[in-house]
Design a protein around this ligand. Structure first.
Ligand SMILES: Cc1ncc(C[n+]2csc(CCOP(=O)(O)OP(=O)(O)O)c2C)c(N)n1
Length: 241
């Protein structure tokens, strides 16, 4: 996918397990897999996804588009234009909103007074689902159902996944300045989706602590190895940047 990122360099940098998995895949680059890059400008991807979905519909393909955005993205004009456009054109698109309560330092209460995002979908005549975003299986099931509905009925769907951003928005953000540390800690520990899913997998006897620590150690070794290789590589010249 990256013209300057040669196959040779890729083999030197990426961990062997990743390359093995990648070889097995039929589709390995973003454009072949029909994954579009995200933009720095929030919500611009929404009308684009509607356009992509509408073109799938015109080509009579049994497929739909899905686009992801945060609660902050719903305060942009593009969100409203996209929802209305999708509703009237009956485009098979899934709008997946991660409502994590914060748009950098702005809480949702300062962004909108509606009952979350799900009601805004309904206001545009779009069927909308709210789901516990920290429950992996619930999210899987919601997306699976939404995809079936979008494809068979040729209509848009909105999913609002309720969650929390446990980390800072970015490396230049310090979220302890605008929200309580114990709130973050609660979500990091008691509500963590990965631990919840792991508990479920372990409860079914498909995974155990020994396998977990073995996997963690192996991945750690692979990453450390990849970092060492990357650090030894010559730096790009100014002309290449
Ligand atoms: C059109 C546009 N306006 C403003 C910004 C600046 N900006 C970057 S991230 C962000 C908030 C995004 O909120 P959300 O999508 O909820 O992301 P989260 O804080 O959960 O990571 C804003 C306003 C931007 N990137 N694009």
């Amino acid at each position: 996918p990256f013209p300057s990122f040669s196959e040779k360099k890729k083999n030197e940098i990426l961990p062997p397990s990743f390359l093995k998995k990648e070889k097995k895949k039929e589709k390995c680059c973003a454009s072949e897999a029909e994954i579009y890059p995200c933009w720095q400008l929030i919500s611009t991807q929404l009308p684009q996804a509607v356009g992509a979905a509408y073109s799938l519909k015109m080509d009579k393909k049994k497929a739909c588009a899905i686009t992801y955005f945060g609660d902050g993205g719903t305060s942009e004009g593009d969100f409203h234009a996209a929802l209305n456009f999708a509703a009237v054109t009956e485009a098979p698109v899934i709008f997946f909103c991660r409502n994590n309560g914060w748009a950098i330092s702005t809480p949702t209460a300062e962004q909108f007074r509606s009952d979350g995002v799900v009601t805004r979908g309904q206001a545009y005549g779009i069927r909308s689902i709210r789901v516990d975003g920290n429950d992996t299986l619930a999210v899987y099931s919601a997306v699976h159902t939404a995809r079936e509905m979008a494809i068979t009925e040729g209509r848009p769907i909105l999913i609002e996944a309720m969650t929390y951003r446990v980390g800072h928005h970015s490396t230049s953000d310090d979220s302890t300045k605008y929200r309580p540390a114990d709130e973050m800690e609660h979500w990091r520990t008691a509500r963590d989706p990965v631990s919840r899913y792991r508990k479920w997998v372990q409860g079914n006897g498909w995974w155990c602590d020994t396998q977990e620590s073995e996997l963690r150690n192996n991945v750690r070794q692979e990453l450390l190895q990849a970092i060492q290789v990357a650090e030894r590589m010559p730096k790009h010249g100014l002309a290449e940047l």
